[in-house]
Design a protein around this ligand. Structure first.
Ligand SMILES: Cc1ncc(C[n+]2csc(CCOP(=O)(O)OP(=O)(O)O)c2C)c(N)n1
Ligand SMILES: [Mg+2]
Length: 679
């Protein structure tokens, strides 16, 4: 890793050739960014990036995020050239079904890809989360003379990521927290899809990042490997601020007629331009053929193995002196829960049932958090400036704060600021890094702000928990801007996202347990898990007494809460509407109409139960009425076209909660009346 320019331009040109040839072969893709960032990639990957192609899961590797994910051929070329398990056949199969080279990088499919990128801006958020996780783990695990957590997080970004609002959210927080091991390399090529960005993106980006408190290295020639190398060295040489390296580049560099135009952004160069590029570069090798000296120049296996071995012996020495911490570090980086967790949770659940408290489910969530935080040191909370409303903190928890140039001040609560989308993307980065189980809060209505990052967590099967409080008109006077109507139903449509809307302290405890016991997916170790959204009430909800079997049944997602002899109908309810359903049941009983009440805190968990369970809870043929303070359409999946839904298909109103429940007809009277209509 010494001479940054040897063996000459051929190293960077190998990326150019692979990118243009793979895009041509697929007849789709984005050659411009890989060709324009080839020297930047060379400077970083050959001279600085500490990684081991033979062990992409090495805990202390540097993290690399290609935030401008459309340039996927750049990372595929890098992984192939440096010796990852990504043979040339996979590059020939770029963008084809079940290849390891999908259109945009996807974690879990390609060894060495750390996160799924493509939705612009979010990769930066993931990188901030990774850098934050590293800094927290360092503060938590490193000991004097034993630095076992010590790596950088590097991200590539284009104009697109920096135009996206989320880049402001996450980079502002990264600056505030002084995440000095985060280094972002900006492909400042002046081009995005529509053409020259000066007409829609004329920011002084360097000034903007200086304003965030970043270390900005501007005016770097992005095609001069030595210049980029020097900038990265400077970034690594300081420990005060995150660094942005502004690299002036030419998109599609090397293509004689198309470089510098938006035509190379996202389309094949075409046979003639590829031939002209080969001639201009002096690249005579056939498509997908890389001269051995070029492979040798890129090969990172030896250096990577040596770096990892050096770290391993440091870790072994650490393990000798601090065996428990070392075991804990290994456990945490695997995403496994501690032995004995299940018993601790069961004890908490039984104590919760014993107390039988009336509480808002957001408060019940805080009870659960307090218990889980004891059992799970990996639990890392936060809120987007609503800590006192979301109840996402717990007694005695310290807040994460910027350090004094010697790393972060450790804490387990992150004040994300008013940055919902940024928070969600950062949580994804934390989860992807490993070592922590992140959760964060905001109002349910603002889940829309976070939505694509929730989707990305679901796509990546990441174990993160969203605490969404103030989940309905039940929040009252703040009015329709704050009252969720469509959110519960719409979140339920996201595959792999588990959604819980609990009705009391017991269901809230079970929901939290379900969230944290979903398996973690780390790198190539992918499990069928995913994120969880907890939809919680602002207002108090009564505790519902249950026998032991019913208490255990909550974990099935939908269960018979109160049966009735000879039930003629089923009322299905969630969250704050469960008590309304129970009142309706009592009212109907007086009129001689027996009905069953099913609580359905999680429809997706219920859907995964065996057919026998589902039939037992919702017997075929019994008419059904669903009750939820939100849009009705979703519930027809459970009540059928013959059943009825009591809900709200319009926006809310500003008034006290009690007034609103009456105004919108979310009452026992209305539910009882509706049951009679379906009989
Ligand atoms: C959130 C989001 N919006 C839109 C797109 C579609 N898109 C892909 S690349 C791109 C332009 C990116 O410009 P830049 O980052 O400068 O890339 P370059 O053309 O320089 O490679 C757009 C709009 C996207 N991938 N994600
Ligand atoms: Mg650009």
């Amino acid at each position: 890793m010494s001479n940054p320019t040897a063996p000459y331009p051929a190293l960077a040109d190998a990326i150019r050739a692979l990118a243009m040839d793979a895009v041509q072969q697929a007849n789709s893709g984005h050659p411009g960014a890989p060709m324009g960032m080839a020297e930047i990639a060379q400077a970083l990957w050959i001279n600085h990036l500490r990684h081991n192609p033979n062990d992409p899961a090495w805990a202390n590797r540097d993290r690399f995020v290609l935030s401008n994910g459309h340039g996927s051929m750049l990372i595929y070329a890098l992984l192939h050239l440096t010796g990852y398990d990504l043979p040339i056949e996979e590059l020939k199969n770029f963008r084809q079904l079940h290849s390891k080279t999908p259109g945009h990088p996807e974690v879990g499919i390609t060894p060495g890809v750390e996160t799924t990128t493509g939705p612009l801006g979010q990769g930066l958020g993931n990188a901030v989360g990774m850098a934050l996780a590293e800094a927290l783990l360092a503060a938590e695990f490193n000991k004097p003379g034993h630095t076992i957590v010590d790596h950088h997080t590097y991200a590539f970004t284009g104009d697109g990521c920096l135009m996206e609002g989320i880049s402001h959210e996450v980079c502002s927080l990264a600056g505030t927290l002084k995440l000095s091991k985060l280094v972002v390399l900006y492909d400042d090529n002046g081009i995005s899809i529509d053409g020259h960005v000066e007409h829609w993106f004329a920011d002084d980006t360097a000034k903007r990042f200086e304003g965030y408190g970043w270390n900005v290295i501007r005016g770097v020639d992005g095609h001069d490997v030595a210049a980029v190398d020097a900038a990265i060295k400077a970034a690594r040489g300081q420990s005060e601020k995150p660094t942005l390296i502004v690299c002036r580049t030419v998109i599609g560099k090397g293509a004689p007629n198309m470089a510098g135009t938006h035509n190379v952004h996202g389309a094949p160069l075409g046979k003639d331009e590829i031939a002209a590029t080969r001639a201009a570069l002096g690249w005579s090798a056939e498509p997908f053929q890389i001269p051995q000296p070029v492979y040798d120049g890129w090969d990172a296996r030896k250096a990577g193995a040596a770096a990892q071995a050096e770290w391993q012996s440091a870790f072994d020495a650490y393990a000798e002196q601090y065996p428990e911490l070392a075991a804990e570090f290994r456990r945490r980086m695997k995403g496994e829960l501690p032995a004995g967790y299940a018993a601790q949770f069961q004890a908490f659940l039984e104590a919760t049932a014993q107390k039988a408290e009336t509480a808002a489910t957001r408060k019940a969530s805080q009870f659960a958090i307090a218990a889980l935080a004891q059992a799970l040191p990996e639990l890392l909370g936060g809120s987007a400036d609503l800590t006192g409303s979301n109840y996402t903190d717990w007694k005695g928890v310290a807040a994460v704060r910027a350090g004094d140039g010697k790393g972060l001040q450790f804490g387990r609560h992150i004040n994300y600021g008013v940055r919902e989308f940024g928070m969600a993307a950062i949580m994804n980065g934390i989860a992807l890094h490993g070592g922590y189980l992140p959760f964060g809060g905001t109002f349910l209505t603002f889940s829309d702000y976070s939505r694509n990052a929730i989707r990305m967590a679901a796509l990546m099967k990441q174990r993160v928990v969203h605490v969404f409080t103030h989940d309905s008109i039940g929040l009252g006077e703040d009015g329709p801007t704050h009252q969720s109507i469509e959110h519960a139903s719409s979140l339920r449509l996201i595959p792999n996202l588990s959604v819980w809307r609990p009705c009391d302290t017991a269901e809230t405890a079970v929901a939290w347990n379900a969230a944290v016991t979903r398996p973690a997916s780390i790198g190539m170790d992918v499990h069928d898990g995913g994120p969880t959204a907890l939809l919680l009430s602002r207002q108090n909800l009564p505790y519902v007494e249950r026998d032991a079997a019913t208490l255990q049944a909550i974990s099935r997602g939908g269960y018979v809460l109160r049966d009735a002899e000879g039930a003629r109908a089923v009322i299905i309810a969630t969250g704050s509407e469960v008590s309304i359903a129970l009142d309706a049941q009592a009212q109907l009983a007086k009129e001689g109409i027996a009905v069953r009440v099913v609580s359905m805190p999680s429809t997706d968990v219920f859907d995964r139960q065996d057919a026998g369970w589902k039939r037992a809870v919702l017997p075929p043929g019994l008419p059904r009425v669903a009750v939820e303070a939100g849009v009705t359409a979703f519930w027809h999946k459970y009540v059928g076209l013959e059943g009825a839904v009591v809900g709200i298909d319009r926006y809310g109103e500003s008034a006290p909660a009690g007034t609103l429940f009456k105004f919108f007809g979310l009452t026992a009277d209305k539910v009882a009346e509706t049951v009679k209509q379906v009989l």
